[in-house]
Design a protein around this ligand. Structure first.
Ligand SMILES: Cc1cc2nc3c(=O)[nH]c(=O)nc-3n(C[C@H](O)[C@H](O)[C@H](O)COP(=O)(O)OP(=O)(O)OC[C@H]3O[C@@H](n4cnc5c(N)ncnc54)[C@H](O)[C@@H]3O)c2cc1C
Ligand code: FES
Length: 260
């Protein structure tokens, strides 16, 4: 983990309210898919960093990409960044997706709900293309099917679900999986909590192993404030209760381990 003042190299609006920012940074040296960074705002009134998942890691050119939805002050500031503008970035933080699990899997399914899709792009780039199906859920085609083409370049199959049925299956990512008859023996997923609960239940029914990334609210991002705990099955060594800190023991968890 390092703290660095990194310059924005490219900022692009890629869908309605969804922005991609690429930074020039040495944090790429250690980064793995599934980790996140804390990015500070320029405002002294907003002291906490904003956690954002790593969407792409270009180690050769030292470029780290994030893709996020503009929701408040911090993400709007980042979304209007200009080339060369510098941000204090702490990272890479948390654990990554366990890539070794993919070695013995034949059918790997990555499931991204809305703004949960970006961290899965770095992941699929590290997985064998022929084994991977991506299932991506969006609000509607009109809002933009962001990253869809990039997933198509990296996966053998891409299935789409939209809330309004304007593209792919009308409904959830689970509906789209059922519609397409997709079976998995290994699932990696990121998205809103109700979707992750459904992914956990679906994996259980299929007998698949599932790893989920939890993007809940955070304060310190480094394990100190206990502001990001999730209930787990087993007693945590640090807190001696059935809790784990999403920022340090996560954000990626074995779905069986967490109580969601
Ligand atoms: C580990 C992790 C990874 C994340 N990765 C991404 C990512 O790749 N892309 C992305 O778009 N977002 C991601 N998020 C969510 C992102 O951190 C928040 O959207 C961001 O911090 C909001 O900051 P803000 O200053 O723009 O909004 P604020 O002014 O702080 O809040 C504005 C609104 O956003 C809501 N909000 C704030 N934090 C979160 C949160 N963590 N989750 C959901 N809603 C929130 C608030 O409740 C409020 O309604 C991630 C969160 C975590 C914990
Ligand atoms: S955000 Fe402080 S412990 Fe996780």
């Amino acid at each position: 983990m390092k703290e660095e003042r990194a310059a924005a190299a490219e900022t692009k609006l890629i869908a309605d309210g969804i922005v991609s920012v690429t930074f020039d940074t040495n944090l790429t040296e250690e980064a793995v898919p599934g980790q996140f960074v804390m990015i500070n705002t320029h405002s002294e009134a907003h002291l906490l960093g904003r956690p954002i998942s790593i969407c792409d890691i270009d180690k050769k050119n030292k470029k780290l990409r994030i893709v996020f939805r503009e929701v408040g002050f911090g993400t709007r500031e980042l979304g209007s960044s200009v080339t060369g503008e510098k941000f204090d970035i702490l990272g890479p933080l948390g654990n990554g997706f366990p890539l070794e699990e993919a070695e013995n899997a034949d059918n790997i399914v990555v499931i991204g709900g809305g703004i949960g899709a970006p961290p899965l792009l770095a992941l699929v780039k590290a997985l064998p293309k022929e084994k991977v199906t991506a299932v991506l859920g969006y609000r509607s085609e009109a809002n933009g099917l962001f990253l869809k083409e990039e997933f198509e370049n990296e996966c053998s199959n891409v299935i789409i679900a939209t809330d309004d049925g304007s593209a792919g299956t009308k409904g959830t990512v689970i509906d789209a999986m059922k519609n397409a008859g997709i079976k998995a023996d290994l699932i990696y997923s990121c998205g809103p909590m109700p979707m992750l609960s459904a992914v956990k239940a679906t994996a259980g029914k299929m007998g698949a192993k599932a790893y989920i990334s939890l993007e809940e609210r955070m304060a310190c991002g480094v394990g100190a404030c206990l502001g990001c705990v999730v209930k787990t099955k087993n007693v945590d060594e640090h807190s001696q209760v059935k809790n784990k800190r999403i920022c340090t023991e996560g954000p990626v968890f074995d779905a069986e381990e967490v109580d969601i």
